[in-house]
Write a new protein. Structure first.
Length: 346
């Protein structure tokens, strides 16, 4: 009987997921493993909803965005008897290992299940680039290129109309997309969750920059914070199963900041929320290659029966770190990195 491995993709989608699936499937099938792809992340494992992956099914999927398996923000530990159900289905399907591809939430569940005795391997995925113990996650490069391109477009219209443009970028607790996308896209100011700002101070700097340049573009992460603005930001009361507020519902930081800056500066100010455009479309070359390398490394860990690890990019090398280390912290923007960006503010 062939050995069996399950794959799931959890959390928000990220360009490069299909490259990972392909990278896992090829070497395992070549070594006589059967590969099961669970639908909609942990939901598929709970509901025993899967398909058998073949070389034909994954042949050239690395070029496409999204994930052929689908994804969800299902939390096994928030479902009644969730852990027991996962263990039951794992045993029922005669799985030898389970590979979880996801961000800190998905990997947190993977780590807990590994302590429950299941053979689990993690692959870091998030456009936010905030997974601990890896230099970069796939999906991030594509996202910052999206931000850069759209900011390039916004520069032309903002300059033509002599306006101030506030561009809201994804990033609830970490500002990596805003920082890198903002630098590449020429944002005159960059606001991230790790560095609280003062809207009055910002308004003064924008007036000065506007006087010099005739327009201004501000990149702001959705989780950026000034205590004075909190009361004006309206988010949905809904939370996902990992306890995260739905920041995209209601009135976010981008619209609030634009209004406050307009009131303080008297300058015509507009807001653009980039939203899910940042995570859509085909992956960049970097993410196609990184996803492929991550997938192949995850398959190699299965073949070596090395469980309880997450694959990781360290410099130019793909290595493996413990799931415990990967799930222990969120990776934030460092002060040094932000200080580099601040040189060009104004």
């Amino acid at each position: 009987m062939a050995k069996r491995v399950g794959i799931l993709t959890g959390g928000g989608d990220a360009p490069g997921l299909n490259a990972v699936i392909r990278g896992i499937t090829y070497p395992l099938i070549q070594n006589n493993y059967e590969v099961l792809g669970f639908h909609l992340g942990w939901k598929g494992v709970l509901e025993n909803d899967y398909e058998t992956l073949t070389i034909k099914k994954v042949f050239d999927i690395h070029r496409a965005g999204g994930t052929i398996l689908g994804s969800s923000r299902t939390n096994v530990y928030k479902r009644e008897n969730g852990v027991a159900i996962v263990k039951k289905n794992y045993k029922k399907l005669n799985l030898d290992a389970l590979i979880a591809v996801g961000g800190d939430d998905t990997l947190g569940v993977a780590y807990k299940l590994s302590t429950e005795g299941l053979n689990v391997i993690g692959v870091p995925k998030t456009i936010d680039n905030d997974v601990n113990a890896t230099d970069y996650t796939f999906g991030f490069d594509t996202a910052i290129n999206r931000v850069m391109e759209m900011m390039d477009w916004l520069h032309t219209t903002t300059k033509a109309h002599r306006r101030v443009m506030v561009v809201e970028v994804m990033g609830r607790t970490a500002g990596w997309i805003t920082l890198h996308g903002g630098i590449a896209g020429g944002a005159h100011f960059i606001l991230i969750p790790e560095e609280p700002f003062d809207v009055d101070e910002l308004a003064g700097k924008i007036k000065k920059a506007y006087k010099q340049n005739g327009y201004a573009v501000i990149a702001v992460a959705e989780g950026a914070d000034d205590p004075k603005l909190r009361a004006h930001i309206l988010h949905s009361a809904e939370k996902d199963e990992f306890g995260h507020s739905q920041l995209w519902s209601g009135i976010g930081i981008g619209k609030v900041l634009a209004k406050e800056l307009r009131d303080r500066t008297g300058l015509e100010t507009r807001a653009v929320v980039l939203g899910h455009l940042q995570r859509g479309g085909s992956p960049s070359a970097f993410d196609r290659v990184l996803g492929t390398r991550f997938g192949v490394k995850a398959a190699q860990l299965v073949l070596k029966e090395k469980y309880g690890y997450m694959v990781s990019l360290s410099g130019a090398s793909i290595k493996n770190v413990s799931l415990k280390e990967a799930a222990s912290n969120v990776r934030h923007v460092t002060k040094e990195r932000y200080t580099t960006a601040k040189i060009f503010f104004g």
